[in-house]
Structure formats: structure tokens, C-alpha cells
Ligand binder design. Structure first.
Ligand SMILES: *[C@@H]1O[C@H](CO)[C@@H](O)[C@H](O)[C@H]1NC(C)=O
Ligand SMILES: *[C@@H]1O[C@H](CO)[C@@H](O)[C@H](O)[C@H]1NC(C)=O
Ligand SMILES: *[C@@H]1O[C@H](CO)[C@@H](O)[C@H](O)[C@H]1NC(C)=O
Length: 458
């Protein structure tokens, strides 16, 4: 006999997810039906150690949970977003896009290491979410086979009325995002709070400010300045969490980017990068810098004026900071490509005057000459020695993007020539293995094309 047992823990999970979903409007109505259809079972936790696993033999039709990657992907209606993802609104298409958050963010949530979390701000991995939602649907859709089963199930599941009461009680306990943010900001601002409490407040804030409205609330509630001040703190955990909040708040949120720049965030971030800090802090700071510069030519010019390229050059060459290299290159590459794309005619559907203004602003971002001056023509090739395909790919793309400025230096760099021919051999072989498994346009093929392109242009 198949009995669907959902122990108390799962019940809580399912219930808070339901509430969370209602609160965040992330799920289409047709997927979640009425909450009154939710069936639950309680009180079995003490004697159901072995029954914790949800049975998997039910219909496979379940709520689609979005599987974010490190690239932006469009979110379809009805898809749920796992905790730790970045969500942005694509202004051109009006659609939401999602990608993986910083890996630490995901890890934090997976570990459940988030004290002081509120009920509608749960954090689950994609897998947990999927399972919980699946069991939630199973509970409401599946017909019961026999009379006996029906009784058994009825005994195990709570009456709807009771459930409704619980949900109402929970509803009243739920805070709006603004209330939560107020509470967190007070915690951050209170001189009586311990460092640990402040860090917790920042981590919870980070979760909220991904949403465009909450990012703007952060500014209007005076929180941006608190976060920027926390960058100045002497505690590295506070520095790191503050940078994380800042990066997420400004990410795809132009008005918040402006506030952060005006609040002096960039200067503080660059100071953190230029001085001795643990790599974990610098990672978050680089994330914040990248988010702050993205699609914001004014900030990019400011970055150049503040000597940002020099700070990154030094960091790139710092022994022990090798793991930051690919992130550094990515920041620079994104800026080069962004300017290139904006200059391409036909990429832009906005009116002529705003296009002119945008072109004018990007024209002031004179990054490539500074890169040459700071030695990047010979720094980027260093990254080709990385064992990671991803790092090599980033390096190759950046090398190609700097071709016009760096060609002479590339030609005079025997190490670069040697790396390229070595990589060419390696990827030719890898492409063959890719083709063996029937993949014609695989990742290795893509990298090989980049290598070939470099070789031809040199
Ligand atoms: C900090 O703690 C003291 C003593 O417990 C209290 O009097 C004061 O009001 C507290 N300050 C804040 C801002 O909560
Ligand atoms: C932080 O606290 C100070 C007083 O201690 C207050 O003036 C300020 O408004 C507070 N800021 C925020 C954002 O709550
Ligand atoms: C923050 O750091 C700047 C230097 O970057 C310093 O001038 C300022 O006084 C510091 N502020 C606080 C509140 O520590």
C-alpha cells in the first residue's frame, strides 16, 4: 500500500513555501490552485524516522522549478526561483531573468545558516523546493484508491478548517518586506547589536534587495548609507556581507546604482581591493564593483578616474589572489564588450536623443588605452595557463577583445604563442571526444574556435 507521508518538517516546509509563493507572486495561479486543497499530516515525526523520504512513484508532473545557471535566463510564467538566485527585469523585453547567485550565497542557504529568518523569507535549494511542491500537489490531486486507504489518509491528514486557522495565524505573523527591512536596518544601526547580529542582518537584507522594489526601499529607508558605512567597518565579516548586499542591491537596478555611486561606494570598494584583506572579502567586493559598473557608463568613467584599473592590475598580480583573476578579467571584459555593443548600430531601440546621450557617456569610458598602459596585453595571457576551461575561455575572449590595441605585444610574446599552440592541440582532441558523443557544437568546439581565431589574428 502506498501511503503518502509527509512529516511535520515537510509540512512546515510546504506551508511556508505556499505562503512565500503567495507573498512573492512568483508562481502562476494555475499551478498552485487554492491553498485550502493542501493536505497535510502532522504528529508523526516521533515515529516516522524511516519514512521521511517522499515517495517518488507519483505522477511526474510537478511545478517547474527554475534551474538557474551562471548565465541570465528568461523566467517563464509559473516557474519557481530557488533561493540565492539573482532576478532582474530585462527592460527591453519586460521579462524577468534569473541566474545563479554568488556561490557563497547558495551555500549559506543550503547550510540553513540563517538565524533570525522570518516565515515568508525561507531559503531552500531548488531540490528541496521541488520536492516540497511536488508533495504539496500530490496531497491535493491524487484520488484515494480504496475506502481503507481513504480512512488511513483521513486519519493522517488534518482537517481543512484546522489548517486554514493555522494559515491565518501565520498570515498575521508575516511581515511585509518593508517591515522586515526596517527591523534588519535597525539591527544593523543599533550600537547594541553584536557584530554577529549585524552580519546576520546584512545576510537577510541581501536576500531581500535582489528585488528591484526592495533595492529602492533600501535607499529610501536610509539603508544604503548604513551598508556603505559597514564597508568601512574593521570587521572583515561585516565588510564582506556589506559588499554582498551592495552588489545585489545595485544589480540591474539603475536608480540604486546612482545612489551607491553618490554615496561614495566605489571609492570604498576600491580601497578594500587595494588593501590587504582575505580573498573571501575581495571576492564579494569584486562582485559589488562589477554590479555597480554594469550598464552604468558614468560609474565606469568614475572607476577609471579613481584608478580602478591600476587597483585591479595590482590585485591580479598579487601572490595568493590567483582565484580572483578570472573575476577581475570578467569585470574588464564586460566593460569592453558593453561599450562595443552599445556602439553597434541597430542594437538600440530607444529614441535618438537618448541613444546619443548614451553613446556620449560610453565615449567617455576610455578603458582600452588604460588597459594597454597598465600592462594588460601581457597580463591576460597569464590566465591561459589556468587548468579551468572557463578561465581560459574568459582569457581568450578578452585577448580577442583587446586585439586591436595589443596585437604588436601579442606577437612579441613567445609564451603566448606557445600557450596558444598547446591549447589548440588540447582542444582539437577534446572536440573529437565531444563529437564522439554526438555533440557537434559543444563547449570545447567553442573554445577551439577562439584559439583558432587568436592564432589567425597573430
Ligand atoms: C542599548 O542598551 C542600553 C542598555 O541595555 C539601552 O538603555 C539602550 O536603549 C539601548 N540602545 C538602543 C539603541 O537600543
Ligand atoms: C541610525 O541611527 C541613528 C541614531 O542612532 C538615526 O539618526 C538614523 O536615522 C538611523 N538610521 C537608519 C537608517 O535607521
Ligand atoms: C571610512 O573610511 C574613510 C577612508 O576610506 C575615512 O575617511 C572615514 O573616516 C571612515 N569612516 C568611518 C565612519 O570609519
Amino acid at each position: 500500500m502506498i501511503t503518502r507521508r509527509i512529516i511535520k518538517k515537510k509540512w512546515r516546509l510546504g506551508l511556508s513555501i505556499a505562503l512565500w509563493l503567495v507573498g512573492l507572486h512568483l508562481i502562476c495561479a494555475h499551478n498552485v490552485k487554492s491553498p485550502t486543497a493542501l493536505s497535510i499530516k502532522e504528529g508523526s515525526a516521533d515515529h516516522s524516522q524511516g519514512e521521511e523520504t517522499l515517495l517518488e512513484d507519483e505522477d511526474s508532473e510537478d511545478l517547474e522549478v527554475f534551474g538557474p545557471t551562471d548565465k541570465w535566463q528568461t523566467l517563464k510564467p509559473g516557474q519557481a526561483i530557488p533561493a540565492g538566485s539573482h532576478v532582474r527585469l530585462n527592460i527591453q523585453t519586460g521579462q524577468r531573468e534569473v541566474k545563479l547567485g554568488e556561490e557563497e550565497g547558495l551555500k549559506y542557504r543550503r547550510d540553513g545558516n540563517r538565524q533570525g529568518m522570518n516565515t515568508h523569507n525561507p531559503s531552500f535549494t531548488a531540490e528541496e523546493l521541488k520536492e516540497a511542491l511536488k508533495s504539496y500537489k500530490e496531497g491535493m490531486d491524487d484520488p484515494v484508491d480504496t475506502k481503507q486507504d481513504e480512512d488511513a489518509v483521513r486519519a493522517q491528514f488534518r482537517p481543512i478548517e484546522e489548517l486554514k486557522k493555522d494559515m491565518e495565524a501565520l498570515d498575521m505573523l508575516m511581515e511585509t518586506d518593508v517591515q522586515v527591512m526596517r527591523r534588519l536596518l535597525n539591527q544593523l544601526n543599533n550600537t547594541n547589536s553584536t557584530t554577529e547580529e549585524k552580519v546576520t542582518a546584512l545576510i537577510d537584507l541581501e536576500y531581500l534587495v535582489h528585488q528591484v522594489d526592495n533595492g529602492q526601499n533600501l535607499v529610501s529607508m536610509g539603508g544604503m548609507q548604513l551598508v556603505i558605512n559597514a564597508l568601512n567597518s574593521t570587521d572583515i565579516h561585516l565588510q564582506k556581507s556589506a559588499a554582498f548586499v551592495l552588489g545585489s542591491a545595485v544589480s540591474s537596478n539603475p536608480s540604486v546604482q546612482v545612489e551607491a555611486i553618490e554615496g561614495g561606494a566605489l571609492q570604498k570598494l576600491l580601497t578594500l581591493l587595494a588593501t590587504q584583506r582575505p580573498t573571501a572579502v575581495k571576492k564579494k567586493v569584486l562582485y559589488a564593483v562589477a554590479s555597480l559598473l554594469r550598464h552604468f557608463p558614468f560609474a565606469q568613467s568614475h572607476f577609471l578616474k579613481l584608478g580602478g584599473v591600476q587597483v585591479l592590475s595590482e590585485l591580479f598580480q598579487t601572490p595568493g589572489a590567483e582565484s580572483l583573476r578570472v573575476r577581475i578579467i570578467t569585470v574588464l571584459y564586460d566593460m569592453i564588450i558593453e561599450k562595443e555593443l552599445v556602439s553597434q548600430v541597430g542594437m538600440d531601440l530607444t529614441s535618438d536623443s537618448s541613444r546619443q546621450e548614451r553613446l556620449r557617456q560610453y565615449a567617455e569610458v576610455s578603458l582600452l588605452p588604460v588597459l594597454v598602459e597598465q600592462g594588460w596585453c601581457s597580463l591576460v595571457p597569464v590566465l591561459l595557463a589556468s587548468p579551468e576551461h572557463d578561465s581560459r575561455e574568459k582569457a581568450l575572449r578578452t585577448l580577442l577583445a583587446m586585439m586591436a590595441q595589443c596585437q604588436t605585444q601579442y606577437k612579441q610574446n613567445p609564451a603566448l604563442t606557445a600557450s596558444l599552440s598547446e591549447l589548440q592541440k588540447q582542444y582539437q582532441e577534446l572536440v573529437l571526444t565531444e563529437q564522439d558523443v554526438g555533440e557537434q557544437d559543444g563547449y570545447f568546439g567553442e573554445i577551439l574556435a577562439l584559439v583558432d581565431s587568436m592564432v589567425v589574428k597573430m
